[in-house]
Design a protein around this ligand. Structure first.
Ligand code: HAM
Length: 432
């Protein structure tokens, strides 16, 4: 009787080798983009104290109310949570290590995040984010910088049709005045409010504007606008961002209902939205957060990109060539050939080549099938005969330009093997 099969957790996906070339291309492009703008990578733990997220993200948010994977550490009673986003952990780390002691910081991160949402296309329970946080810089120039970085990233990834929406959330006192006007407006429509809205009416009425309920749209549309409650400084900050975007020819749309799902934001917020309506990236300014988490108050601004959503766009738009798995596949047969094959493979790797050594036995014919399927440039064949004479047979598997020609083979002294293959590879692809 065989044991029952254990499946992966719903909404948490394996990334299989077939997708590796795509992930690699995304990650390399992100790293180059971050470097181009002076951002340095930071890696924080996947688990943090629950209260970090409750205080940072806000008690009355979808994430904290119903999406966090929280648990009690049975060994010491600590209340812990799998991070649902990256900003709170990065800010905690910056405070803990006093990273702002000598001036502003530009940081970026990448890794898995966890939210207990209903899985569907582009929405998972374990997903990946790439994010950045620009800390200690108060001006709209930094808001523009992080938006420009994103814009460059889409271009470098070959993505088209990703549109930018921006809004301003002003400052806390401005939002308070707006909030009172909002509550008054929603109270006037009390009988038309859905359950979510009624619950949020006093705790977080701004989030009612974010409602996806079609029946609520007219009430949300006709609500008082925050922008009409903003003072001069907030308006100037927003105009400062827009004039920098204008100067760089970045198109955008002001979406007055863009409020974001986390409570730490103030002033500029933005989202990059794909043609299919999914948000690829969300972010904005969060000047109160460092103070809220017990640090010496300092401004901050950043974004998070949903990696799976961007990869979906890349699959649909940009097309990615699968990378070849290796340069050389070593075929061998006979007891004396095995140590010679292992030795040859190690020397080839010393020369910088990627090498698979056949394992598991089998006829030459079946081994050659594997060599072909591996995508290797050449097979190195070692039988007892080659082993005895300190030689190897090289069989060229791909007919690539100046390379020796598919199907041809030649015998070569072991000592000259690496040079022969490296020269042939370079001749076939001088950029490799
Ligand atoms: P967020 O809008 O919650 O912001 O998430 C950022 C992005 O992560 C979303 O736009 C989306 O692409 C992706 N995402 C979110 N939830 C899921 C999910 N369940 N499955 C797949 N993708 C998802 C933040 O997390 C902020 N920390 C961003 C930020 C950084 N703001 C300032 N600094």
């Amino acid at each position: 009787m065989s044991a029952d099969r254990i499946q992966g957790v719903r909404g948490m996906n394996d990334v299989l080798p077939a997708d590796e070339a795509l992930w690699q291309r995304f990650e390399d492009t992100v790293a180059a983009c971050m470097r181009a703008y002076g951002y340095h990578r930071i890696r924080t733990p996947i688990v943090e104290h629950t209260r970090l997220f409750v205080r940072g993200i806000g008690e009355v948010t979808d994430i904290v109310e119903k999406e966090m994977y929280s648990f009690t550490d049975a060994l010491n009673g600590e209340q812990l949570t799998l991070r649902p986003e990256g900003t709170a952990g990065v800010v905690r780390s910056v405070i803990e290590h006093n990273l702002l002691y000598d001036g502003p910081r530009r940081l970026w991160y990448a890794g898995p995040m966890f939210r207990h949402e209903r899985p569907q296309k582009g929405r998972y329970r374990q997903f990946h984010q790439v994010g950045l946080e620009a800390l200690g810089m108060p001006g709209p120039d930094v808001d523009a910088e992080v938006i420009l970085l994103c814009h460059r990233l889409w271009a470098d990834l070959g993505l088209q049709g990703v549109r930018l929406e921006i809004n301003t959330l002003g400052q806390a006192d401005e939002r308070r005045a707006h909030r009172e006007a909002l509550i008054e407006h929603f109270q006037r429509h009390a009988s038309e409010l859905d359950e979510d809205a009624r619950r949020r009416l006093h705790s977080n009425p701004l989030r009612i504007l974010d409602t996806k309920n079609p029946a609520m749209q007219p009430i949300a549309e006709s609500a008082p606008r925050l922008i009409d409650f903003l003072g001069e400084a907030s308006l100037a900050h927003f105009e400062g961002l827009q004039s920098l975007l204008r100067a760089q020819n970045i198109p955008w749309r002001v979406n007055p209902r863009l409020v974001r799902g986390l409570d730490y934001y103030n002033l500029s917020v933005f989202e990059w939205v794909a043609a299919d309506g999914l948000t690829l990236c969300g972010g904005g300014r969060y000047d109160p957060l460092i103070g809220m988490l017990g640090g010496k108050p300092a401004p901050g601004c950043g974004f998070g990109i949903g990696v799976e959503r961007v990869l979906d766009q890349m699959r649909a738009q940009a097309g990615v060539q699968p990378g070849s798995a290796c340069d050389v596949y070593v075929v061998h047969q006979g007891a004396a050939a095995l140590p010679a094959a292992v030795q040859a493979a190690e020397r080839l790797r010393d020369a910088g080549l990627d090498v698979i050594t056949h394992a598991g036995g089998g006829s030459f014919k079946s081994q050659f099938k594997r060599a072909d399927a591996s995508g290797a440039f050449a097979a190195v064949v070692i039988g007892d005969d080659e082993a005895a004479s300190g030689e190897a047979t090289v069989k060229w598997l791909r007919d690539a330009g100046a390379a020796p020609g598919e199907g041809r083979q030649q015998r070569v002294a072991m000592a000259a093997l690496a040079e022969l293959i490296v020269d042939a590879l370079v001749a076939a692809d001088p950029d490799a």
